[in-house]
Design a protein around this ligand. Sequence first.
Ligand code: LLP
Length: 454
Amino acid sequence: MENEDTLPELTLFPHTAATGHQGHLAIGGCDTAALAATYGTPLYIFDETTLRAKCSEYRREFGERHPDTLAIYACKAFANQALIRLLQQEGFGLDVVSGGEMHLARSAGFPPGLVYFHGNNKSGDELRQALEWGVGRVVVDNFHELDQLGRLAAGLGLTQDVLLRLSPGVDPHTHSHVATGILDSKFGFPIATGQGEEALTRAMSTPGLNLVGLHTHLGSSLYEVGPYREAIGIVLRFAAGMRQRHGFDLAEMNVGGGFAVQYRLGSPAPPVSAYAAAIVSAMSDGTRELGLRPPRLVIEPGRSIVARAGTALYTVGGAKDIPGVRRYVFVDGGMGDNIRPALYDSEYEAVAANKMGQPRTELVTIAGKFCESGDILIRDIRLPGLEPGDILAVPAAGAYSIPMASNYNASLRPAIVMVRAGRATLIRRRETYADLTAAEADPPPHEMTRPCGN
Ligand code: LLP
């Protein structure tokens, strides 16, 4: 088997990726062309070794610098019962943002005490579900939620541990769709306007709520560490002011997620160690200068846990040549299973999984099969000559693809397998046509017609 040294593109794939027999891409000891034949395509493959290596890298890099660190995985990047069980084994907590994600965690048997419940518009039902299940923290996002949660907790005779989500007003220099810690954001209490302080005093005096700390999340895919330093300084100064004026004790500081990953060969992301060094030093410098007790640190990586572990496989179908303009090569997935290129202009690499090592002789654009011109997975990529039936593998596809997948064009969401040491486990089956009508078929439509009053 060849290794990462011989094919540079393999560095974007899981740690176990290699060129196996017949020049096929292998992941986790499994031949990807054989996986495509067994499970069909589009297929998402998650490499257990890479997932666990990432988890331990986070534990090590943050834990060595600040032992009282809890890493919680942001489920929105990709959640599934098998993955949730793996994260539990790795000592992670979970960040959930909906009743649905809570349900996934609960059905995987995840301990509720390690669950943080986020969201800017949690419903009364979701809050009640969180309280009754016993989630570790509710991260309160706005005044309506603060009041509602206080009432619900008191009504149930509970005291709920909460964090306040603050908006520090820091530009994370990322795509505008995924910037959250700026002043003009729907998330959190702005510090600059005084609403952070108002929320803090209200939370401290609300029976049923126990304010244990502060949360801030700047955005996703931050390729720089500077914004973390800046935001931590702002939040710590806020905490010091609140201690002086209101006797607030910052026991826990949650700095969110947003750690970037490498999608393209020429665009490396900072290593976990760089984020850990910047965050922990900003926290320890700040607490020392302000005379604060160093709080527990919580981090919420999502993308960076799952991105590299996940690979998407597609089968090549037809092509369209427009002489002098472009050659489109079509694959059997696209914006239905990965909307990120269409939504954020995200860029990916690809290899021909059954032609590894062959010269990249053609400049092509990889288009999906959905009825939209914007359904382009990769624009202008050099690949070996592709023919119908070839397998295209897209690396770093594990984050925010499956959870944002849709049934657009009544397509079937893909199967997902987890691979390790030459064995593959189907962790989610491909949807079937019956799934498409399951929510409609029973009872038949005429029985669903009700008088609706006026
Ligand atoms: N914590 C909070 C409060 C968040 O809102 C998020 C992501 C995270 C943690 C995890 O951030 P990460 O480490 O994954 O960057 N759909 C977009 C990304 C949306 C991120 C939403 N919030 C994408 O595909 O790029």
